[in-house]
Design a binder for this molecule. Sequence first.
Ligand code: CA
Length: 434
Amino acid sequence: MTSVAKPSWVEGANDAACEFSLANLPFGVVAGEGRGVRIGVRIGGSIVDCRALVESQCLARLDERVRAALTGDSLNEFMSLGREVWRSTRAELTRLLQRDCAELRDHPARGSIMLPQWAMTLRLPCVIGDYSDFYASLNHATNVGSMFRPDNPLLPNWKHMPIGYHGRSSSIVASGTPVQRPSGQTVQSDAGPPSFGPSKLLDYELEVGALIGTGNALGDPIDVDDALHHVFGLVLLNDWSARDIQKWEYQPLGPFLAKNFASTLSGWVVSLEALEPYRVALPARAAGDPEPLPYLRGSADVLYDIQLEVSIASAAMRAAGTPSTRISQGNFTQMYWSLAQMIAHHTSSGCNLRPGDLLASGTISGPTRQSRGCLLERTWRGTEPIQLSDGTERKFLHDGDEVIMRAWCEREGLPRIGFGECSGIVTPARSARR
Ligand code: CA
């Protein structure tokens, strides 16, 4: 039996190429003229204004506290209500948007509930609490390690735990927000001395982020088998990175200013329920690799078959109306460590996660040159520049470059599930005292 998307009465939702069919129904936060900031659900070319939907009484079957959470201007409250609430809300939305359901379709207020997506701007889906970033792709860690430590690319801890660091949430921005090139200390030779100025080696990092719905109490670790129940949904993330600043500052405590100036998040949060048909079993460890310790060994751990791509459009290309140049393609199944393992590891110390926390995968790189997830790897530290369709070449990002990440799931007989875009244009550094 195939589970193609059920038909909906919403225009565009039943097209085979639609990333936002009834099978997806991602949540986000949108703003539009005369409308303020609202929680929205994307379907076809429309966005359901959740506040207007609650006011229409169409969600009367849901609990009062659920309806109240949906009238807010951020998803945090709704995210905190837990998996059963997410499921029942999604089921109600599915019912209301099905072709044969007249309740919303023929509602007199339908015009003010269903908003055209082109008229709305996506905001961050929630107030991001803490942001932690992992380093969980074996190809990425091996590639980067081999550039800096050719004899010893992977450190001894790497295959025993998902390595990560605590990042910065204040500078996480919504897709479409310009990203200013950072300035910082950089060196010509490893021992210094440093000079201060705009980063010359600005990079992107292609990542998937998990937004935490329900958290855990301080001192109460999350079991690896329960970990995914805490995930509200997945987004795309560009973890912008200044490689020259990183190189000088990262020892001994890890990345700091090289990563804290901006991270861009895609706006639609895709639920694990929508991604369910695209679950794949976490592959067995390769021969010779250590088995993870028991607290990281799930009984049926999974990855998700999410296709990923990165494109760049220079300022000149955008001015000429030239399409962006696709520079890499990858897949989330390339991860060595699963999301459940990252969550179990993160909380194994007793650390508490809270609704709205963001855990990111780290750069996702596959085994081929085309599937490397950042320019550092893609151009091999600038030694293998890539060509854009305007005839220019890139080792690292130029001012005016727009980096566009896209992700989707697609398989014969299954509805396409899209994430939309995660994009940002690089703007020049602000002059500062050097
Ligand atoms: Ca990263």
